[in-house]
Design a protein around this ligand. Sequence first.
Ligand code: R5P
Length: 287
Amino acid sequence: MIIGGSASQKLAAKIAKELKTTLIPIETRKFPDGERYIRIKGQLEDKAIVVQSTGYPQDENLIELFLILKNLKSMGIKKIKVVIPYFGYGRQERRFKSGEAVSATIISQLLEFAGADKVFCVNLHENNITDFFKIPAYDLSAMPPIADYIQKTLENPVIIAPDKGALGFAKEIAEILNCGYDYLEKTRISPEVVETKPKSLDIKGKEAVIIDDIISTGGTIVNAVKILKEHGASKVLVSCVHPVLVEDALLKIFAAGVDDVVATDTLQSEVSVISVASIIAEALKKD
Ligand code: R5P
C-alpha cells in the first residue's frame, strides 16, 4: 500500500499506478494554532510505502512525515519504505563553521527514529547523505526521464551545466542522448548572489539545454541563460530535478529570454512536467 503525504499526492498516485498497488487515503490538516493533524484511513496491510517530499514548508512537511511514520508503526505496520523525492535540509551535510548543526545528519536520524526501514531519494544535493543512514538508503537519478523529455522535444541538443557541481548531470544526459556537453564556472557570493564567468562555448545555432539539480532563487540559471544567448544558442531550454522556485524565480528566468523551463515532479510546481514515478517504482520493485 502507498500513502502519499500532502506534499506528494499526485506523485504518490502515479507510483501506486505504476506498481499496481493500493493508494491509501489520508486526512491531513492543521489545527487553528497551526499544529499538524493526520489520520490514516482505509484498510491497512502489513507493509507500507510512504511518499513525502520535504520541501517548503520544510518543517511542516517533515513533521507530517514523522507523524505518518510513527502512526503507522503504532498501528502494527512492520516494514515501511519511505520515498523522499526532494530531501529538505540536504544542503547542510557538513559543519562548515564551528557550532553549526549538520541538519542532513539530524534529519536522517529522526527518519530512522520515526520508523523508516528503507529510504529512497532523488538526486540528493550531496550523495554522501545516504551514508548518514544506518538503514538502506538510495539516491536515484532523474536524468533518464529528463533525457527522454529532451529527446522528444529537441533535435540537436547540447547539454550545459551551469556550474561544475552539475557537470555529472550534463554528462549523464549527454551519454544517454549521445550529444555534446559542457559546463560554466560559477562562484557563489551569497545565498542570493552568484557570479558566472564568460567562457568560449561551441553552441552557436544549437539548442542548449541547461541542467541543474535545484532551481532556488534562479540566480544560477539567469546567469547561464545570458551567457548561452550571448554565444548564439538558437534555443535555450532550462531543466532541473527539483523546482524549489523561491518567489519570482521563474519570472526572472523567463525574463532572461529562456524558451522554456521544465522540471520533475519531485516537487509539485507549474513546471513539473517530467515524472520520476517510473524510476521510483522501478527502485521500489527491485528492493
Ligand atoms: C548549487 O549547488 C545547486 O546545484 C544549484 O545550482 C543552486 O541551488 C541554485 O540556486 P539558485 O537558483 O538560488 O541560484
